[in-house]
Design a binder for this molecule. Structure first.
Ligand SMILES: *[C@@H]1O[C@H](CO)[C@@H](O)[C@H](O)[C@H]1NC(C)=O
Ligand SMILES: *[C@@H]1O[C@H](CO)[C@@H](O)[C@H](O)[C@H]1NC(C)=O
Ligand SMILES: *[C@@H]1O[C@H](CO)[C@@H](O)[C@H](O)[C@H]1NC(C)=O
Ligand SMILES: *[C@@H]1O[C@H](CO)[C@@H](O)[C@H](O)[C@H]1NC(C)=O
Ligand SMILES: *[C@@H]1O[C@H](CO)[C@@H](O)[C@H](O)[C@H]1NC(C)=O
Length: 450
């Protein structure tokens, strides 16, 4: 018995030994291959390259990198929670998005996160067409943490590009207020051939919307900037940006007359986006964002005043005839549905946060207003001038923190400044990838830098 069990054991050990002898070289080979691939694939990152600091000031310490930034952030509202860093911010058009992109870019830049950047000198990820895998710079960092620049919500591409735990957020604005802003920004009246005071222009446009739309979107109008032929900026623009199929480009699916489909798309967005902010309730929105991401007041401060002056004014349909507003409600009805749905959602969220929430909003407003004043003073001077830091007092929801003049320059007034900086870094760090990428043919035509 004893003998047999011993031989058995011996035979078994023998087998294990044999398997090990065969497997070991295989394992070594696989490891070697893996190591070599990584050496080849990942640029070794020339160690002598010092990253450009965001704004060259003659003297002084202008680094906005946060050194030894703890990954665990105490959330003064809750228990300790983990700062979330993977984010897609759907940057639409004229929805305070420059303000928020400044805020997110500063967050990413300070932590040296990997931001998905538009190709070459472009500023859009193929907006207003759906994003494709070709519309982002390749990166040697292994993954992207944030996607912040103009893009249409394209889940198939974005989910493949971003880590699994990415948080999706976006923002919408009261549609008539949005229209006024878009109308001005894209010079719709002038291009459609309408002149005179602004309120009159809008009224004239909607007195014969079909005709003026044709004129504005016609291949004949050469003054449009970044807007392709046949693309409407006055009709359901926010819904288009959120990926609801509305027939652009021509020949694609259009659900604008299918109430059930619109409803289904909006509800699906409600599940895909953890937060859809509302311009009219921006302070409440960013506090929800802070709580969702486990960020601090320092991370959510923004500067609006000279980026979106209209934000501070009450959006107003005053001075517009009733029938024009009613017409716009029908013309752009998907946007009204989208907006109402997410405004309701926002306030439902807020009601679940309890009364403490409103006290936090109030505390943040105080901090925010002082920082905004400080930054506006900074912008009145040259970027090389030295300023003492602004210190924000602590409260129940935040630790005491400093904002420097460089922080202000990172937040604004030019929303593309940090993107340019990040592209300069990418040009150096991602060189082999960019070279590979440039070999792939891309026959698309770009309008301007878009
Ligand atoms: C710049 O400031 C940071 C933090 O404020 C500090 O850690 C760093 O050493 C400073 N760098 C220089 C070059 O003074
Ligand atoms: C930022 O990250 C890149 C890629 O991981 C790295 O090469 C670079 O040294 C980092 N820069 C700083 C200032 O930490
Ligand atoms: C564009 O211009 C051509 C030539 O001037 C004209 O025939 C055509 O009707 C114009 N199209 C539109 C939509 O205005
Ligand atoms: C959003 O919804 C809230 C709560 O129903 C309401 O009080 C508020 O007026 C709405 N905001 C806008 C801009 O419609
Ligand atoms: C914060 O700013 C104040 C005022 O400029 C300054 O005295 C203090 O040293 C700063 N603190 C830090 C940590 O940089």
């Amino acid at each position: 018995m004893l003998h047999r069990s011993w031989t058995c054991k011996y035979k078994r050990n023998h087998k294990i030994l044999l398997v090990a002898i065969i497997l070991f070289p295989l394992l070594v080979y696989v490891c070697l291959l893996w190591y070599m691939m990584h050496r080849l694939l990942l640029p070794s990152g020339p160690s002598h390259i010092s990253l450009p600091s965001p704004y060259s000031s003659g003297t002084g310490n202008n680094s906005i990198y946060e050194e030894g930034h703890s990954h665990i952030q105490p959330n003064h509202h809750d228990e300790m929670c983990r700062e979330r860093r993977n984010l897609v911010f759907l940057k639409g058009m004229k929805c305070a998005t420059n303000t928020l992109t400044g805020m997110f870019s500063r967050f990413a830049f300070k932590r040296n996160l990997s931001v998905a950047l538009p190709k070459g000198n472009l500023i859009y990820h193929n907006w207003p067409y759906p994003m494709t895998w070709r519309d982002v710079r390749p990166t040697g960092r292994g993954e992207y943490n944030m996607l912040l620049h103009h893009a249409i919500y394209t889940p198939s591409v974005m989910h493949a590009l971003m880590p699994a735990d990415t948080v999706y957020v976006s923002i919408v604005r009261q549609p008539f207020s949005h229209l006024q802003s878009v109308f001005r920004y894209f010079k719709v009246a002038e291009i459609a051939g309408i002149f005179g005071p602004e309120e009159k222009q809008l009224v004239e446009y909607f007195s014969d919307a079909e005709r003026y739309e044709r004129a504005y979107t016609s291949p004949n109008s050469t003054k449009r900037w970044c807007i392709p032929n046949g693309f409407s900026v006055t009709r359901n623009l926010m819904s288009h940006c959120h990926g609801i199929p509305l027939g652009f480009p021509a020949g694609t699916r259009d659900v604008s007359h299918d109430a059930a489909a619109i409803d289904a798309f909006i509800r699906q967005l409600g599940r895909s986006f953890e937060l859809v902010m509302i311009v009219e309730h921006l302070y409440e929105s960013v506090i929800l964002l802070r709580r969702l991401m486990c960020w601090e007041f320092k991370d959510i401060v923004f500067v609006t005043s000279n980026v979106t002056p209209s934000l501070n004014k009450e959006h107003s349909a005053k001075g517009y005839p009733r029938h024009i507003i009613e017409f716009h409600k029908r013309w752009s009805h998907v946007d009204y549905l989208l907006y109402d749905y997410f405004n309701t959602t926002l306030w439902n969220h807020i009601s679940r946060h309890g009364s403490e929430f409103h006290r936090e909003v109030k505390a943040f407003k105080t901090v925010q207003n002082r920082i905004e004043k400080y930054c506006l003073t900074v912008y009145d001077h040259s970027s090389s001038e030295k300023f003492p830091d602004h210190t924000a007092a602590s409260s129940k929801w935040n630790r005491k923190f400093n904002i420097s003049a460089n922080d202000c320059w990172a937040l604004g007034p030019d929303p593309y400044k940090l993107m340019v900086k990040m592209k300069q870094q990418s040009d150096l760090l991602d060189k082999p990838f960019l070279q590979e990428d440039a070999k792939m043919a891309d026959s698309r035509e770009y309008k301007g830098l878009c």
